[in-house]
Unconditional design. Structure first.
Length: 307
């Protein structure tokens, strides 16, 4: 019996190693979400000079898991319970100034909330910190565009409606989401394979205290940054921002007004207080109610109807 048990363990180990080599990396346990590399090989422009990826321990009054030195982008798929699943999915872009990623506050916690309303949450681990001699958002935009197409490629397999795949981002991740939502007609990299033949346009967009929409620094002119190319084809967008945010709410306001001029539906919430980086953790601030408002917005657009 002991020999049989040993053989069984060895076979299990071989099976697990085989799974690890599949494109969709197997979760370590049945409760963990599967993870997939965004690129089939090295990401565009990577030189191997970033250093080892590392997760920095939480610090301060508001502990946040901060991930740095990302050179191998991934998506991790969090599915809702089958009886709640609407078929809608959202690609989640954590913030962090394009230097780190707030992986729990603006990533996994957001996936949990989306799952609670029947939406698949897909956390994008995009490349940070900023690459030398590149636009701050170039590598992340490449990752986001590829990730959107990749989700569409696997939509049927993952039980996702191909026409109900949105994008949601916070702070720098909000800028990334806005850039992906306004540059889907321009790939930021050379096409690689059949995945890149699929659309990278999000079907809807959620921007929470987005940064850099009016460029670096204070939003003085109210003009959008050149990479935020709002047109009539830009996806419907929901905004949430605090009035006392050090990243001025003019970022959200400027894009909302541009959407209005282009005839694109938008919903803007500017709360009196809340500062920056509040995520969706409960607080006494009114800004912590944005998930409920966003849920109502999604429901009004038919995104929470079962597919």
């Amino acid at each position: 019996m002991r020999k049989l048990a040993t053989a069984s363990i060895l076979l299990s180990a071989v099976f697990c190693l085989a799974l690890a080599n599949l494109p969709l990396l197997a979760a370590e346990s049945s409760t963990e979400a599967p993870t997939m590399n965004v690129w089939p090989a090295t990401a565009p422009g990577e030189k191997g000079d970033i250093g080892e990826e590392k997760l920095m321990p939480p610090q301060g009054e508001k502990p946040v898991d901060r991930l740095s030195n990302v050179s191998v982008p991934t998506i991790t798929v969090y599915k809702p319970a089958k009886d709640k699943d609407t078929g809608t999915a959202v690609l989640i872009c954590p913030g962090g100034g394009y230097n780190i990623l707030a992986m729990d506050l603006e990533g996994t916690e957001v996936a949990d909330w989306l799952n609670s309303i029947g939406v698949t949450g897909i956390v994008l681990k995009y490349r940070v910190p900023r690459r030398k001699d590149q636009e701050k958002h170039l590598a992340p935009l490449q990752d986001a565009q590829r990730a959107m197409s990749l989700v569409r490629r696997h939509a049927e397999e993952w039980g996702i409606a191909k026409d109900r795949i949105g994008i949601l981002g916070f702070s720098a991740g909000g800028h990334l989401s806005a850039t992906a939502s306004t540059n889907f007609d321009r790939r930021a990299y050379e096409l690689i394979d059949e995945v890149d033949q699929l659309s990278c346009r999000p079907d809807f967009t959620v921007l929470v205290y987005p940064a850099y929409l009016t460029g670096e620094g204070a939003a003085a002119s109210g003009a959008l940054a050149p990479e935020i190319r709002v047109t009539a084809e830009t996806p419907p967008t929901f905004f949430a921002h605090a009035g006392d945010d050090r990243i001025s709410p003019e970022n959200s306001i400027a894009m909302y007004l541009a959407l209005k001029r282009a005839g694109v539906p938008g919903e803007l919430h500017v709360y009196s207080s809340g500062g920056h980086g509040f995520g969706l953790r409960p607080s006494e601030q009114q800004c912590s109610t944005w998930p409920q408002s966003c849920e109502r917005w999604m429901r009004s657009r038919g995104l929470l109807n079962k597919n």
